[in-house]
Design a protein around this ligand. Structure first.
Ligand SMILES: Nc1ncnc2c1ncn2[C@@H]1O[C@H](COP(=O)(O)OP(=O)(O)OP(=O)(O)O)[C@@H](O)[C@H]1O
Ligand SMILES: [Mg+2]
Length: 274
């Protein structure tokens, strides 16, 4: 397959985001940018991995990226028009997989489809298709409490795929999945990213292996250190790893490429410094 690609206009920008919670500086001058990738003969979207140790501020940054929370200062811009993000502009799969508990799984998906402007029957067809893709055949008419944690998570992700939004943020989509479901989730994200050139996924995760295998770029969130090597409060994006430039994107069997293991190791070592 042709690996040539071009990096075009900015479609998501984080500008000087600062956040304090309970008197504690959580995010400090966070800056980041996602550019539209263009490949010949492929509708290629972007998949960004946001990684960092527990408690570093990933979920807080995620909520700011989604427009659900406002930072103290700074702005997140989305689309080529660089519009300041507002809640509802981007699809969100939160860390606790919210579904309406009083509705069946298929009905949860239909509601999401209708919110995105589909009529009932189209929403139902698309919903069933997605549940099939996520290995949830036969669970359509069950309620969220009747599913396992991993199944609920897949249902919540399927629900967000109902909307045709260009941006989809996922907080820990890989946690709680068995190895087979994890592999399927990775393939599904890669496949979905190739349905639209402007489609952008931001995946928040601890799972370095999965992140290196599905993403085309990684952002590592961490703190600066003082002269004694102690962390200074307030995290920012400390490292950007361009996986596409390393040939570690858009390929079959990425895990078998020798530089895959090298990169996973490198990220693991960087983690210790965040
Ligand atoms: N409402 C709050 N008030 C005060 N501090 C908070 C509040 N919510 C979160 N924090 C703090 O903000 C920091 C970042 O939290 P966040 O949930 O973003 O971490 P995270 O990187 O997503 O961690 P994890 O990987 O465990 O999900 C944590 O130190 C947490 O204690
Ligand atoms: Mg979190």
């Amino acid at each position: 397959m042709n690996y040539q690609y071009e990096v075009k206009e900015t479609i998501l920008k984080i500008e000087n985001v600062n956040l304090t919670l309970g008197g504690k500086l959580i995010l400090k001058d966070v800056n980041g940018e996602v550019k539209n990738i263009r490949r010949e003969e492929v509708q290629q979207g972007q998949v960004i991995g946001l990684l960092g140790p527990s408690g570093m501020g990933k979920t807080q940054l995620f909520r700011i990226l989604s427009g659900l929370n406002m930072p103290d200062t700074g702005t997140v811009f989305v689309t080529e028009q660089m519009t300041p993000v507002k809640a509802g502009m981007v699809g969100v799969v939160a860390q606790n997989y919210p579904l309406f508990n009083h509705r069946t799984i298929i009905s949860n998906l239909i509601v999401a489809g209708k919110q995105a402007g589909m009529d009932n029957s189209i929403a139902e067809t698309r919903g069933k298709e997605l549940l099939h893709r996520f290995g949830l055949d036969g669970h359509e008419d069950q309620y969220p409490v009747q599913l396992s944690g991993g199944q609920r998570q897949r249902a919540a992700i399927a629900q967000q795929f109902m909307c045709s939004e260009h941006f989809l943020l996922m907080d820990e989509p890989f946690s709680g999945l068995d190895p087979i479901a994890l592999g399927e989730m990775c393939s599904f994200i890669c496949e979905m990213a190739q349905t639209d050139e402007l489609k952008t996924f931001v995946v928040v995760t601890h799972d370095i292996d999965s992140a290196v295998s599905v993403c085309d770029s990684l952002w590592l969130l961490g703190r600066d250190r003082d002269e004694h090597g102690d962390p200074i409060p307030g995290a920012k994006i400390q490292h950007v790893i361009d996986l596409a430039a390393r040939g570690l994107a858009w390929r079959e069997n990425i895990r078998e490429i020798p530089s895959f293991a090298v990169t996973v190791n490198e990220v693991r070592q960087l983690f210790a410094t965040l």
